[in-house]
Design a protein around this ligand. Structure first.
Ligand code: ADP
Ligand code: MG
Length: 697
C-alpha cells in the first residue's frame, strides 16, 4: 500500500496543484475569489478550467460534473464528457470557464417545495471555489451551489455559505472592538464524527425492510445484544479492518482527513472521525464519506447502514458535530486563551453561543429532525429531544460568580471580573465527561450531539452559524455605542448569563428528573418531527434568517413543506413495506410452520397413538392465535392507510396523522410478529434474523 503522504489529496485540485499549474497572475486572482469572495472574471475562469481539465485527463477522467447537494439529503451529479466535435469528424477535449462556473441541470425532479414553478423547471449550479474540485472514478467533480432562476436556494450548500458569511460579518464587528484590527474574516470549523453499521451483504439482500427503508421493521431481540459492553473500542475484526483501510485510502485521495476509527457501542457498529476543517468543506467531505462508506462496503461484500436506527433494542447511530469559530489570523475564538484580554473575548463568544442555543432551541431541534432520528432522540441512548448545554463545573462556577457581581468586592467568595482575572485552564477530560448532553463544551469547541447519522451536517451548521451571528449582532450593537468598553462588556456578559442560564445543565440528560426540571425552566421538549417542524415558520425564526440573509421567507416555507412531505413519505414507505413483508412472507411462513406441526401430530399419533404431542399442539394453538391477531393488525394498518386516500388536509396534519395513527399501527403489527419470531422454528422464518445481521460479519 502507498504511504499516506504520497496518497493524500492526489485526486484533489488543491491549492498546491493550482499553484503549480496556474500562471501566477491567474492563481492570485483565483485566491482573491476564494479568500475574499471577489467575482471571478471570464478570462481567469477559462484559464482555470483548462488547467483543471488537463490535470483531470492526466488522472484518467473523461467527464466532468457539477456536484451539488439538493434537498434530498444526498448528493447529485450529472455527467458531461469533455468531448467537443470538430469539423473532420474527430473530437477534441474541452472545458470552458463558463462550464466551470455555471451549469444548468434539468432539475425538475428535485424537491423544491414549490420554489421552481413548473414553467421554469431549470435550476442552475454555481461553482463554490472555496471547496476544491476532485476526481471520483472517471469524473471531475466541481462542488457547486444549486439555485432556481429566481435565485432561491434549492440546496443545502447555498444557505450554509450564506450563514458562514453572516457569522463572519458579525464576529469581525465584535473583534474590531477588542482591537483585533488584523482580523478580516472568521470561519466556523467542524469535525463530524460519523457512526454506521456494517452488515453482511448477502443477508441485507434478503431483507426487504433494509433494502427499502434502511432499517429493520421486524426482528426479535437476539439472545445477546450490547449488554456486555464488549464491542465498544473492541478489537476490530479482519474484514472490517480491511474495509476501513480501503475506505481511508479512498478518502485520503480525496483530501478527506479521516483520522480515528473504532468500534461503537452496538455490535456491528463503528465510527469514523475526521480532523476538523472549514464548515463547508467539512460538509462536502462528510457527504463524500457517507457515499464512499456505502460504495466501499459493497466491494467487501458488506453493506453500510447509515440509518439512525437500523435495529430496535441496540444503540442507533448519530453524528457528533464538533464546532468552533476561528479567525483568518488563526485564533480559535472558543479557546479561553491565557490573558485577561483573551479570556474576556472568549467569555463574550461563549455567551454568544449560550444565548444562541437558548433563543433558538427550536431551530436546533428542527435542524436534526427526521423520521429516522425520531427513534433516537429521547430514547435512552442519544441526547434527549430537549436542547440544553453542558459547560462543566469550573466554567459554570465562573459564570455564576460573574452573574452575582453586585456583590463584587465582598469577601465571602472570590468573584470574577471580566477583563481582570485570568481564567483557569479547563483540562479536556474535565469538560468532556458528560456524554449525555446534547450540546457540550469540550475545552475549545462545542459538540452538538443530536444529529442523525444520515443527516447532512449542513442543516445543523446553518442554524448554529446564524443563531450565533444574531447574538454577536446584538452584542456589537451594544458595544459599539458604549463609552466604557470594559464596563459595558462586563455588564453584557453578566446580563446574558442571567437571562440565558436556564439552558445550562451539567447533570445527566437521560434522567427522568431532567425532563420535569427542563419543563420548569421553560425549555422546549419537542419529541418528534411533526412536533417541532411548525416552529420553523414562527415569526422570530423567519426574522432571524431574513436579518442575516440566510433564507428568504419563501425559502423557509418551501423547506418546511419539503420536510413535512418527506416525513410522511418515509412513514408511508415503511408502512407499505411492512404490509408487503407480512402478507407475502411472514403470514405464509407461520401457516407453513403450523401445517408442518399439524402433520407431525397426525403422523405421530398414527404411529404411536398415545405419543406426547404437547409441544406441537401448544405451538399450533399459540402460533395460530398470534397469527390471527397479526392478520387483524395488518388489516388495521391497511385501513389506517386507506383513510389517508380520502383525507383532505395540509401537510402538517398529514404528518401528524402518520406520526400517531400510522406509526401506532405499525408498532402494533411489529409487536406480534416479533413475539412469533421468538418462538417459531428458525427454518421457517423467512429472513436472516437479528443475530445473523448483528453478529454475522
Ligand atoms: P473525542 O470527542 O472522541 O474525544 P476529540 O475531542 O479529539 O475526540 O475530537 C473530536 C472531533 O472534534 C474531531 O473530529 C476533531 O477534529 C474535532 N475538533 C477538534 N478541534 C476542533 C475545532 N476547533 N473545531 C471543530 N472541530 C474540532
Ligand atoms: Mg466526540
Amino acid at each position: 500500500m502507498n504511504t499516506i503522504t504520497s496518497v493524500f489529496g492526489t485526486n484533489v485540485f488543491s491549492d498546491s496543484v493550482m499553484r503549480e499549474r496556474l500562471p501566477n497572475e491567474t492563481y492570485k486572482q483565483l485566491q482573491r475569489t476564494i479568500k475574499q469572495g471577489k467575482h471571478l472574471d471570464n478570462t481567469v475562469a477559462n484559464v482555470v478550467a483548462n488547467a483543471m481539465k488537463d490535470w483531470a485527463i492526466e488522472k484518467g477522467a473523461t467527464h466532468f460534473t457539477h456536484w451539488f447537494q439538493p434537498m434530498t439529503g444526498i448528493t447529485a451529479e450529472k455527467h458531461d464528457s469533455f468531448i467537443t466535435p470538430i469539423e473532420d469528424g474527430r473530437v477534441i477535449l474541452e472545458f470552458s470557464g463558463k462550464e466551470l462556473i455555471q451549469g444548468e441541470p434539468d432539475a425538475s425532479s428535485f424537491p423544491s417545495g414549490g420554489l421552481r414553478a413548473t414553467f421554469e423547471a431549470r435550476g442552475y449550479t454555481a461553482w463554490d471555489p472555496t471547496s476544491y474540485a476532485f476526481i471520483k472514478g472517471k469524473t471531475l467533480c466541481i462542488p457547486t451551489a444549486f439555485c432556481s432562476y429566481g435565485g432561491e436556494a434549492l440546496d443545502k450548500k447555498t444557505p450554509l455559505l450564506r450563514s458562514m458569511e453572516a457569522i463572519s460579518k458579525q464576529a469581525v464587528r465584535v473583534l474590531k472592538l477588542f482591537g483585533d484590527g488584523d482580523v478580516t474574516s472568521v470561519k466556523t470549523t467542524v469535525g463530524p464524527e460519523q457512526e454506521y453499521f456494517l452488515v453482511e451483504r448477502e443477508m441485507f439482500d434478503k431483507r426487504p425492510d433494509l433494502i427499502y427503508t434502511g432499517r429493520t421493521l421486524f426482528g426479535a431481540k437476539p439472545p445477546k445484544g450490547q449488554e456486555l459492553d464488549d464491542h465498544y473500542f473492541g478489537t476490530i475484526k479482519t474484514r472490517v479492518a480491511e474495509f476501513m483501510e480501503d475506505l481511508n485510502e479512498e478518502l485520503w485521495k480525496l483530501g478527506v482527513l479521516a483520522k480515528t476509527e473504532h468500534n461503537e457501542v452496538a455490535p456491528a457498529q463503528h465510527e469514523l472521525a475526521p480532523i476538523f476543517t472549514t464548515t463547508n468543506i467539512a460538509t462536502d467531505h462528510n457527504q463524500l464519506t457517507m457515499e464512499l462508506m456505502q460504495r466501499i462496503a459493497k466491494r467487501h461484500n458488506l453493506v453500510c447502514l447509515l440509518h439512525e436506527k437500523p435495529f430496535a433494542g441496540v444503540n442507533g447511530s448519530g453524528k457528533h458535530n464538533n464546532w468552533s469559530i476561528s479567525t483568518n489570523t488563526g485564533k480559535n475564538l472558543l479557546d479561553p486563551g491565557d490573558t485577561p484580554h483573551e479570556n474576556a473575548q472568549f467569555l463574550l463568544f461563549l455567551c454568544a453561543v449560550i444565548k444562541a442555543v437558548d433563543d433558538y432551541q427550536d431551530l436546533l431541534r428542527i435542524s436534526v429532525a427526521s423520521a429516522g432520528n425520531d427513534h433516537r432522540l429521547g430514547a435512552n441512548e442519544a441526547p434527549p429531544a430537549i436542547v440544553s448545554m453542558f459547560l462543566g463545573t469550573e466554567l459554570t462556577e465562573i459564570l455564576d460568580s460573574i452573574e452575582k457581581d453586585e456583590q463584587y468586592g465582598t469577601k465571602e467568595k472570590e468573584l470574577w471580573k471580566v477583563g481582570v482575572h485570568i481564567l483557569p485552564r479547563f483540562p479536556k477530560d474535565a469538560t468532556d465527561r458528560n456524554r449525555t448532553s446534547p450540546f457540550a463544551f469540550t475545552g475549545n469547541k462545542f459538540e452538538f450531539r443530536m444529529l442523525g447519522s444520515s443527516d447532512s451536517i449542513s442543516g445543523a451548521n446553518i442554524v448554529l452559524n446564524t443563531a450565533v451571528a444574531e447574538s454577536l449582532r446584538q452584542f456589537a450593537d451594544v458595544l459599539e455605542q458604549s463609552e466604557d468598553f470594559n464596563e459595558t462588556l462586563h455588564d453584557l456578559i453578566r446580563d446574558t448569563i442571567k437571562e440565558h442560564k436556564r439552558i445550562i445543565f451539567n447533570g445527566n440528560g437521560y434522567d427522568d428528573q431532567w425532563i420535569a426540571e427542563a419543563e420548569r425552566r421553560g425549555l422546549l421538549n419537542l419529541k418528534t418531527t411533526p412536533d417541532c417542524l411548525p416552529y420553523f415558520v414562527k415569526e422570530k425564526n423567519i426574522q432571524l434568517f431574513k436579518t442575516h440573509k440566510v433564507f428568504t421567507e419563501t425559502e423557509i416555507r418551501a423547506r418546511y413543506e419539503i420536510l413535512l412531505e418527506n416525513y410522511s413519505k418515509i412513514l408511508n414507505i415503511e408502512a407499505v413495506t411492512m404490509l408487503d413483508m407480512a402478507n407475502k412472507d411472514l403470514l405464509p411462513a407461520y401457516s407453513a410452520y403450523t401445517k408442518q406441526l399439524s402433520e407431525t401430530v397426525v403422523a405421530k399419533k398414527a404411529a404411536v397413538p398415545d405419543a406426547d404431542c404437547s409441544y406441537e399442539e401448544e405451538r399450533i394453538r399459540m402460533i395460530s392465535g398470534l397469527c390471527g391477531s397479526m392478520y387483524q393488525r395488518t388489516k388495521d394498518l391497511e385501513e389506517v392507510l386507506m383513510k389517508l386516500t380520502h383525507m383532505e388536509c395540509d401537510e402538517l396534519a398529514k404528518a401528524q396523522y402518520y406520526r400517531t395513527e400510522v406509526f401506532g399501527a405499525m408498532n402494533e403489527l411489529r409487536i406480534v410478529a416479533d413475539e412469533i419470531e421468538g418462538v417459531m422454528d428458525r427454518k421457517f422464518y423467512p429472513y436472516p434474523n437479528y443475530g445473523d445481521l448483528l453478529f454475522g460479519v
